[in-house]
Design a protein around this ligand. Structure first.
Ligand SMILES: [Zn+2]
Length: 355
């Protein structure tokens, strides 16, 4: 675990020891918390897992939801939090769960846990992943780096990098991730395709392996606890697109989900959700695209002074799979007290977010 994450662990552990989450008042300035999940699956045991922050184990999720229910938190549909947000009705105990990208393990591993706790959830689906036409580049990079001693794509991406040791693989993963989110959508796409071709990775097969197809998504959408939201067409970093293309990326994903599932999604989650990928311009475009609300991965509670098209979510980070630590991280009182003082923990609790 990196020094940074060790620091966050220590801070959370101290707050847990101080019982800070139990001592601070919840306040009356929020409609609840929205959680973000990605993969829910057993640990693969692999030594190199640069996306570990995006994976939580089903047993941990089960224990966390059990603990939240025991301590008076209520699982509600995302629409209920939005109703209360719009009406200014305080309900800090409310929790809405969201999952990004549409991983198959959400159906196979997470759904039984949600049923056990009667926990509503919203899945933000990306049609390009269901169609197997948009690359899951962070998963592709993980596979390529795990299996190779160097990484380079001829004529694309960062210069050749060593990837023999775990440290070198991690550095290369970071370098490539930063590069891919900095360049244009077309350049990023070309570099990922060049990498995949060079190392013999079938990007469509990777999407088939990891993400639900339309039939599976329809099964999930029919669940009484489930709602489907939009996550753009091909999962681009919207901030690097023209306004017209950004609008198209958002609107066409809702069109496609409506055509496939029979219901138009009311909400959007911005891909990546971080400042390099989404800002005020994207919030305005999401509003123009007709969404009721749009979500970032900026951590925080749904306070009444938030922009409905730039709402925060709290990531349930796979690097902190301890119920007590997550309980602290999800405490309304702490977020309220910590707007200034805990800014470090707030910033870092989003973790390393690729989606
Ligand atoms: Zn995503």
């Amino acid at each position: 675990m990196s020094l940074r994450h060790q620091g966050i662990h220590l801070a959370l552990r101290m707050l847990a020891l101080m019982q800070a989450d139990r001592l601070l008042p919840s306040g009356s300035d929020s409609a609840g918390a929205v959680l973000t999940l990605h993969h829910v699956r057993p640990d693969s045991g692999a030594a190199f897992q640069p996306n570990a922050g995006l994976c939580v184990q089903p047993e941990f999720l089960d224990a966390l939801l059990g603990r939240l229910a025991e301590t008076g938190r209520r699982f509600v549909p995302l629409s209920k939090i939005l109703d209360d947000f719009e009406a200014g009705r305080a309900a800090p105990e409310q929790v809405a769960i969201t999952l990004d990208d549409g991983y198959r393990d959400n159906l196979e591993e997470a759904l039984p846990v949600f049923r056990r706790h009667d926990a509503f959830f919203t899945l933000f689906a990306c049609p390009g992943f269901c169609d197997r036409t948009a690359p899951l580049w962070w998963e592709a990079l993980e596979r390529i780096l795990a299996d190779n001693q160097v990484i380079a794509a001829e004529g694309h991406g960062p210069p050749e990098m060593a990837a023999a040791t775990l440290e070198e693989k991690s550095q290369a993963f970071t370098e490539w991730s930063v590069w891919l989110l900095r360049v244009s959508e077309g350049e990023a796409r070309a570099a990922v395709e060049a990498l995949a071709a060079r190392y013999g990775l079938d990007l469509a097969a990777l999407a088939r392996e990891l993400v639900m197809d339309w039939d599976e998504l329809r099964v999930l959408a029919a669940e009484p606890l489930a709602t489907i939201g939009a996550h753009t067409d091909t999962h681009p970093a919207l901030a690097r697109l023209s306004p017209e293309r950004a609008l198209e990326a958002m609107r066409s994903s809702a069109d496609r989900l409506e055509a496939e599932l029979g219901e138009r999604p009311g909400c959007l989650a911005f891909p990546y959700g971080t400042p390099v990928a989404v800002g005020e311009r994207e919030a305005r475009i999401a509003k123009d695209a007709g969404f009721r609300a749009a979500f970032t991965t900026r951590p925080g509670m749904i306070r009444f002074d938030e922009n409905p098209h730039f709402l925060p979510r709290i990531s349930v980070n796979g690097l902190y799979q301890e119920v007590r630590l997550q309980e602290v991280l999800l405490s309304p009182g702490l977020w309220r007290a910590g707007r200034g003082a805990l800014s470090g923990v707030r910033r870092l609790s989003g973790g390393r977010v690729h989606q």
